[in-house]
Design a protein around this ligand. Structure first.
Ligand SMILES: NC(=O)c1ccc[n+]([C@@H]2O[C@H](COP(=O)([O-])OP(=O)(O)OC[C@H]3O[C@@H](n4cnc5c(N)ncnc54)[C@H](OP(=O)(O)O)[C@@H]3O)[C@@H](O)[C@H]2O)c1
Length: 275
């Protein structure tokens, strides 16, 4: 009897970390549901994966900030009885002082990082819990651990992903479910992210702080085998997060305020002292 193929769904599969997940999962024998807006990119990737691994890919062209598109993807995931893995990866960054930013971009980022993650997780998880098998990887960021003046709502959405995923982990463990969840928290990663956000990579961090999307995905999938909840690729980033999260909140805010005032890249027009 033919075996049901293993199936994984990846949002934001048309570039960067999402495309690297698709390639790594295809190499592990998964069939794929590839989700993003750029259909041509997804078709190219599907052809590549079919040629290199014999992978069957289903393409779902969807703008996940639109209700109708999100509902279509939700329905597909809810009906996927052999879905073993969902990677909620699609995302982008909106920077600059919040008050000066375009609210439409902020709204779209929150819909994508929070609502799409919430709804697709719900759609996939119900079947996984019933089948007592499966896993969900939510792509957050090191920024989710740090309040960053100049990119505060990006970090806030990623902090939501961390908190949400940790809460899911607790609920699933408490219920004795073997379904695994992971919050993947990369630092700076080579992808199209910084072009989309119109950021100059060279001004952000020295090369030692940059990772390839493939390295990030390799750490994530290896950690999934070990059922790790928070995955922060790279020793430097693990140290940074350990340090930042251990500094008392008041001291952390004082340091961030000094940094924000000195930083040339931040045009904060009015900062009031929290003291
Ligand atoms: N790169 C970094 O330094 C870094 C660090 C930490 C965390 N992350 C996170 O990693 C994730 C992947 O980013 P990346 O670095 O791989 O950037 P990327 O190369 O720009 O990829 C972003 C992906 O998200 C998709 N996407 C964007 N808006 C979408 C929408 N409205 N509907 C559906 N798909 C959408 C894009 O596809 P289409 O344009 O085709 O829709 C693309 O496939 C994001 O959640 C990001 O926040 C990145």
């Amino acid at each position: 009897m033919a075996q049901t193929p293993r199936l994984a769904a990846v949002t934001g599969a048309s570039s960067g970390i999402g495309a690297a997940f698709a390639r790594a999962l295809a190499a592990r024998g998964f069939d794929l549901i590839l989700i993003a807006r750029r259909q041509e990119r997804l078709e190219e990737l599907a052809s590549e994966l079919a040629a290199s691994h014999g992978t069957a890919s289903e393409i779902l062209t969807a703008d996940l900030i639109l209700d109708a598109d999100l509902a279509r993807v939700e329905n597909r995931l809810r009906g996927a009885s052999n879905l073993e893995l969902l990677v909620n990866n699609a995302g982008f960054g909106v920077g600059g002082p919040f008050v000066e930013s375009q609210i439409a971009g902020q709204d779209a980022m929150h819909r994508l990082h929070i609502l799409a993650t919430l709804r697709l997780t719900h759609a996939a998880l119900q079947g996984m819990v019933e089948r007592r098998a499966g896993a969900i990887i939510n792509v957050a960021s090191v920024a989710g651990f740090i309040v960053s003046p100049g990119a505060l709502s990006y970090g806030a959405t990623k902090n939501w992903i961390n908190t949400f995923t940790e809460g899911l982990w607790l609920e699933l463990r408490a219920a004795g479910s073997p379904v695994r969840v992971q919050a993947l928290c990369p630092g700076f990663t080579y992808s199209e992210f910084h072009e989309v956000a119109a950021m100059d990579r060279t001004k952000l961090a020295p090369p030692a702080w940059w990772f390839s999307a493939e390295a990030v995905v390799a750490e994530s999938l290896a950690a999934l085998e070990r059922d790790r909840l928070f995955v922060i690729p790279g020793f430097r980033y693990r140290m940074l997060v350990a340090l930042v999260t251990r500094i008392p909140r008041g001291l952390r805010r004082w340091l961030l305020l000094r940094f924000a005032r000195r930083s040339g890249r931040l045009r904060v027009t009015s900062v009031t002292s929290p003291d």
